[in-house]
Design a protein around this ligand. Structure first.
Ligand code: IMP
Ligand code: MG
Length: 180
């Protein structure tokens, strides 16, 4: 069973639902009268993204982007590549980037700079998790779910070697799994 590989559950399904509700309310309030262009960062953010957009009650256009991160390891490579770009132009749009976790910050600091050149009306970042201890590049998180300890986390979209994304909770992965 996948759950046998989990050291400790950090956020239950219920915790996550409450967190998404809180973020959705705040975002709906801040964007009242506007339309959001939501950008989900593939693949880690898809579970959070799909729950969050349904907790927002202003119109939301959906698009996705894929950037290189860890590959099959637990350490970031430091170089960021856009593997899949947006389908639509963001010029004049209120962009809300939705990400699973900000770790070193390298991916998002690169993407945020890249977005500024695309002439959006505004750009904000919503991240479910923030791992501040590991930060290498400064990133301003406008909407943050939880600040987490420096542990390798899986579930609710987060993977280790493409596994565990479909766990309904977020847990700490047993070290023996990735030390093998
Ligand atoms: P950053 O560029 O180091 O901030 O990397 C962000 C990306 O690394 C996230 O989108 C995740 O895909 C991945 N990542 C960072 N920490 C974890 C973790 O604890 N578990 C799973 N993936 C992680
Ligand atoms: Mg990942």
């Amino acid at each position: 069973m996948m759950t046998d590989d989990i050291e400790q559950v950090l956020y239950s399904k219920e915790d996550l639902a409450a967190c998404v509700e809180r973020l959705g309310k705040q975002i709906s309030k801040d964007y009242a009268g506007k339309e959001i262009f939501a950008v989900g960062i593939l693949k880690g953010a898809v579970v959070f993204f799909s729950d969050l957009v349904r907790a927002i009650d202003v119109p939301v256009q959906l698009d996705f982007m894929a950037a290189s991160s860890y590959g099959l390891s637990t350490e970031t490579s430091g170089t960021v590549k856009i593997l899949k770009d947006l389908d639509f132009s963001v010029e004049g749009k209120h962009v809300l980037i939705i990400e699973d976790i900000i770790d070193s910050g390298l991916t998002l600091s690169y993407l945020l700079k890249n977005f500024k050149d695309r002439k959006p009306a505004s750009v904000k970042l919503c991240a479910l998790l923030d791992k501040p201890e590991r930060r290498k590049a400064e990133v301003n998180i406008d909407y943050c779910g939880y600040s987490v300890p420096d542990e390798f986390l899986v579930g609710y979209g987060l993977d280790y070697a493409e596994k565990y994304r479909n766990l309904p909770f977020i847990g700490i992965l047993k070290k023996e799994i990735y030390a093998k």
